[in-house]
Design a protein around this ligand. Structure first.
Ligand code: FPP
Length: 239
């Protein structure tokens, strides 16, 4: 490895610990999510300045519907507010926003706000910001498999000659590179159904810092750790 620090092209983040952060301060869990949403916007800017090309964050999982109604509503409102208020900032910073996950279960006005922000930012050539909403890795793979089965049935795809690329092409992330680095905050060390297919060769970085306390310095620490990893993709070390 040379002297220069490698910046991962694609960083994915499991933003954990909003609830615990709030509880520690005697605040409602929803206050943790509000602070967490502010931190996402700051980290997006920091990631951009550091030269990261793709940032993907886990905002709402397919399992998060089981949380109390008020918490679900708060998270949806934060996402709604982001979609509605970010056009100008994304234009200024050349950010391309995309939502991954099954958006069909979201409120219609939120679906419309997502579609509008995606459309308005689609041609931006700066950092690509993916927000996972109603996202689950298994659900994403299941939706891809259903499409493949339909195509095989109608004869437009040969089941016998199916390749990994055919599967990847039907995932929500079809035109994105796989994450190089997956960060999870607040102490847990699991993948929780996030980007299961795409993280096959990602480096994992875990920190005890809760998401609302996450900073540019923490992101730099994660990238430093990434720089000390040897990525072999199942092969041998070549240098
Ligand atoms: C995990 O913490 C966090 C979430 C389930 C929600 C993350 C969402 C945001 C930070 C808002 C995203 C907003 C934008 C604009 C993208 P937790 O509640 O599971 O924390 P706990 O484990 O301490 O209870």
């Amino acid at each position: 490895m040379g002297e220069e620090r490698k910046i991962p092209a694609h960083v994915a983040i499991i933003m954990d610990g909003n609830g615990r952060w709030a509880k520690k301060r005697g605040l409602p869990r929803t206050a943790g999510h509000k602070k967490g949403a502010e931190v996402v916007e700051q980290i997006l800017e920091d990631a951009d300045h550091m030269g990261i090309r793709y940032l993907t964050v886990y905002a709402f999982s397919t399992e998060n519907w089981q949380r109390p109604a008020l918490e679900v509503k708060t998270l949806m409102n934060l996402l709604r507010a982001y979609m509605r208020s970010s056009q100008e900032k994304c234009a200024k910073n050349n950010v391309c926003v995309r939502v991954i996950g099954d958006r069909s279960a979201l409120d219609e006005d939120l679906q419309e706000a997502i579609a509008e922000l995606e459309e308005k930012t689609a041609k931006n050539t700066g950092i690509h910001f993916q927000i996972a909403i109603n996202y689950g890795g298994r659900d994403e793979i299941l939706r891809a498999v259903k499409r493949i089965a339909g195509e095989a049935e109608s004869g437009t795809l040969s089941a016998r000659n199916l390749t990994q690329e055919d599967i990847a092409a039907r995932l929500d992330t079809h035109d994105l590179p796989d994450p190089d680095l997956l960060i999870r905050t607040c102490g847990e060390q699991r993948i929780s159904n996030f980007l299961l297919w795409q993280c096959a060769y990602a480096e994992f970085y875990f920190t005890d810092v809760a998401w609302p306390d996450f900073t540019k310095e923490e992101l730099e620490r994660a990238i430093d750790a990434y720089n000390h990893r040897e990525r072999r993709y199942g092969g041998l070390v070549t240098e």
